[in-house]
Design a protein around this ligand. Sequence first.
Ligand SMILES: Cc1cc2nc3c(=O)[nH]c(=O)nc-3n(C[C@H](O)[C@H](O)[C@H](O)COP(=O)(O)OP(=O)(O)OC[C@H]3O[C@@H](n4cnc5c(N)ncnc54)[C@H](O)[C@@H]3O)c2cc1C
Length: 597
Amino acid sequence: MSAQRDVSGKTFNYVIIGGGTAGLALASRLSEDPLVTVVVLEAGEANLEDPNILVPAQFGKTFGNPKYDWAFPVEKQQFSNGKEFIWSRGKGLGGSSGQNFCAWVKPPAADVDAIEKLGNPGWNWDEYFRYSCKSESFHPPAQEQTNLYPHTYETELHGTSGPIQTTIPFHYHAIDLLFQKTLVNKGLKTIKDPYGGDINGTWIANANYDPQTWTRSYATTGYFLPARDRPNLTVLTEATVTRILFDDTVTGQQLTATGVEFVHNKRTCQVYAEREVILSAGTIQSPQILELSGIGRAEILKKIGVEIKIELDGVGENVQDHTFLGVSFELAGSPETYDRMREPEYQAEALKLYGEGRGPQRAGITSFAYFPLSAATPEAPTLIKRAAAEVASSGVLPPGLREQLDLQLACLNDKNGIDLEIIAFPAFFTPISTPEPQKSYVTILSVLNHPLSRGTIHAKSGDPFDLPSIDPHYFERDFDLEILVQHIKYIRTMVDAEPFKSGVVREIDPGPNCVTDEEIREYIKNAHGTSWHTIGSCSMLPREKQGVVDPELKVYGTKNLRIVDISIIPIHLATHTHATAYMIAEKAADLIRASCN
Ligand SMILES: Cc1cc2nc3c(=O)[nH]c(=O)nc-3n(C[C@H](O)[C@H](O)[C@H](O)COP(=O)(O)OP(=O)(O)OC[C@H]3O[C@@H](n4cnc5c(N)ncnc54)[C@H](O)[C@@H]3O)c2cc1C
C-alpha cells in the first residue's frame, strides 16, 4: 500500500475517491494503460488476507465493526412505526463487495432498458450484458454439485475471462428442492440460466466465490491485487476525502475539478488531478461529498454552511432502497441448514472441513424467484389500479419523477414485468421469535424491488466526519406496503403445495395470530429491514429532471468530475446490486478512455 508522501501534493491523471466495488474496478481498468497515472483514496483500511472477508458463509460477521462497516444510522421511519435502522456499508478496500452476501444476481432486461428510456442513451440491456460479462469469469458447477442437484446453465450468458470469479456455491440441496419444486407446482417456470435478461421464474443463483480456493472473489482480489504492482497505480488507505477542489477563477463556464482534499493520519492534505476526479464513494457518501464541495440543493448547502458552486437539485434525492422481510417456517425432519452454525461443535467441524476445501463454509444463498404480481394473486388488476390512483393523486411531483412512476406502473401492467422477489434463506432469519436448538428452519424472504416511495440522503453538517442524514421514506407511498402484503400472502400459500406442504411443520413468524391485512401490515412494519441495495442519490437523468450526472457520468456543470458507483442508477432494478456496480465501472472505464482520445 502507498504512503502519504506518495500522494500528498502530487498530481495524477485520475483521482478516484473511494476504493470500493466500483472505485477499485475502475482504477484497475484505467491503470491498464501504463501511460496513465491513477490514485485511489479509501477511507477504510486495506483488510487484505482477512478471513472475516474471505471465508464465505460468514455473513454478518463484519456488521457493526468499525474496521469493516460504516454502520450508518437511519432517521426514524414515520410510516414504519417510528422504526430506526442501522445501514451497513463496507468500509475498507473493496467497500461493500467485501461485506456483502455474495449473491451474484443480474436484472431483467426490461428494467435496464427503463434507464435508457429516462434519457440515458447507451444504458440498455445489451450494453449491460456486454460490460457485465467483462467483469466475470464463470465456473460451471463441479461434478460434486451436479451429482447432488440438477444444475443447468448456458455458458454463453456468462463472462469467462473477467476478474470476478463466479460459480454455483455449496448449497443446502434439500431446501432448494423444497423451494424450487413447490414454486413450479404453483405455476412458476424454471429458468435454466437467469443471466440473460429473463429472470421471470424460479432459479439457482451463482455466488462470487473462487472455486479454486473457495474464497470471496471481490473488488480487492479480482481487480486490485492483480494490478497492485503497477507503477502507475497508487492506493492510499485510511484517507478520508473531505471535499473536491475546483478551479473557480474562471467564471461563467463549467467548473474544472483540480483535485481533492483529504485527511490522512490526522493531517489535511491535497492531491491534484490532471485529467479527472472520479467520485466512487457509494450511494451514501457520494452525495455528501458533492454537498461538502458546494454542489447540491441550495437549502442544504445553506444549512451546512457551504458556499454554492453548482446548484443541482437532484443531489441526495430520488433515493430508492429494496426493503425486505421474511416468513420463517420450522422444517420437518430437521434437514441440514445454516441453523446448525449456532452449535459450536458444528461450526468447528465446518471450519475444519473448510480447511480441506469442503463443507458448509462454502455455502451461498441460491434459491431465488422473481415474478409478476399477476402470478401471485388474481387481485392484481385491482391492486394495480390502486397503485395508479395513488400515483395520480400525488399532486405536484419533483421534475422527472412522474416519468419514473409511469415506467413503474407500466412494469406492473406488463405480464412479464417483475414485481415480486422471494428467496429461500436456509435458516431462521426473522427478528420476532427465537429459534429453538436442534431444530431446522427455512425463512422465505420477500424483497420490494420497485418502490414507489423516494427518500433522501444529505450532509447533516459541514463536518465531513459527521455521517449524513439518511431517510428512505419507507412506505410513504402505501402501495409499497401493499405489495409486501401480497408477498407474504403468496409465501403463505406455499404450504398448500408439495413438497412444502409435507416439508414444513409450522409457520413461526409472523405466525398464526397474524391473519388480517392490517395485522400483516403491522408485522411488515416491525420486521422489515434494508437489503443494502440503495440507489439513486446521484441519479443519471437529464439535468432538468433532477439529474446529477449525464449518460457519460459527468456531474452537470463540471468539465471533469464523474460519478462511478451505484448511486447513479435512477430507477430501481429487480436485482441485487453488486454485479451492477462492476458493470458501471467497466462501462465508465471505456467512457473515460474514449473522452481522452
Ligand atoms: C451488508 C450488505 C450485503 C449485500 N449483499 C449483496 C449481495 O449478496 N448481492 C449483491 O448483488 N449485492 C449486495 N449488496 C449490495 C452491493 O454490495 C453494493 O450495492 C455495491 O457493492 C456498491 O458498490 P459501490 O461501488 O457503489 O459502493 P461501495 O462498494 O460501498 O464503495 C464505496 C467506497 O467508498 C469509500 N468511501 C466512502 N466515503 C469516503 C470518503 N469520504 N473518502 C474516501 N473513501 C470513502 C467506502 O469506504 C467504500 O470503500 C450488499 C451490500 C451490503 C452492504
